[in-house]
Design a protein around this ligand. Structure first.
Ligand code: SF4
Length: 218
């Protein structure tokens, strides 16, 4: 099942993966910016802001040197002003502790305020090519439906279980594509409302499909 899931997901991604600017970089800071922007904002609104942001602050050192008021103004109109302030604080900390770089190990990354388990996994797998799992809302929903099927997606026990599922299904190669594929798949096929089960390559083995996942409460 694990192998089938990997193969189906990577095949689907090859045919359907979106061409997004942060998929053409391995720069840890650029990956971090995209992840923080995507936390509460739709992809189509993030793309132009991501480009504008990196033109203005191309490195962590450039961001660290900017004034906070400038940084929050550049962020507009994305909203949730805590996010640019967090990025700014991460930039200043990276300059103070690591010469303007981001470290690649989980523990040190997570020692930054504003970098949690998900963001650390994203930076490690997308920028450093490490075999690091990610579980955000989209990924949790996909893994829950395919491997668990029914129950309470939001309970702590389920979340913990989904992290271990995510670690287990992760391939040893193509980690970048696999994690990007998981997120895309959750955003476009296995969506929260009205999942496109009839187009879905996971359907033959999906634990939720017989329970009609379109009727789940979220
Ligand atoms: Fe999601 Fe439906 Fe596919 Fe299952 S069959 S993974 S619920 S889209």
């Amino acid at each position: 099942m694990r192998r089938k899931f990997r193969r189906r997901l990577l095949d689907w991604y090859k045919r359907n993966g979106r061409d997004l600017p942060w998929r053409r970089t391995r720069n840890p800071y650029h990956i971090l910016v995209s992840e923080v922007m995507l936390q509460q904002t739709q992809v189509d609104r993030v793309v132009p802001k991501y480009q504008e942001w990196l033109e203005k602050y191309p490195t962590l050192s450039a961001l660290a040197a900017a004034a906070e008021a400038d940084v929050t103004t550049t962020w507009r109109p994305l909203g949730y002003n805590i996010r640019p302030r967090r990025l700014h604080a991460i930039a200043r900390e990276s300059v103070a502790r690591f010469g303007g770089e981001l470290p690649s190990d989980d523990e040190t990354l997570r020692s930054f305020k504003g970098i949690g388990a998900y963001t650390a996994g994203a930076v490690r797998s997308f920028a450093f090519g490490e075999r690091a799992a990610i579980v955000d809302t989209n990924v949790a929903r996909v893994l829950f439906r395919v491997f668990v099927g029914s129950g309470n997606l939001k309970s702590h026990a389920t979340r913990r279980h989904l992290w271990s599922v995510s670690e287990t299904v992760l391939p040893f190669r193509h980690v970048f594509d696999f994690n990007q594929a998981l997120m895309d798949f959750g955003a476009t096929i296995c969506t929260a409302r009205k999942p496109k089960c009839l187009l879905c390559p996971m359907r033959p083995d999906c634990a939720a499909y017989p329970h009609n996942p379109a009727n789940e409460r979220h």
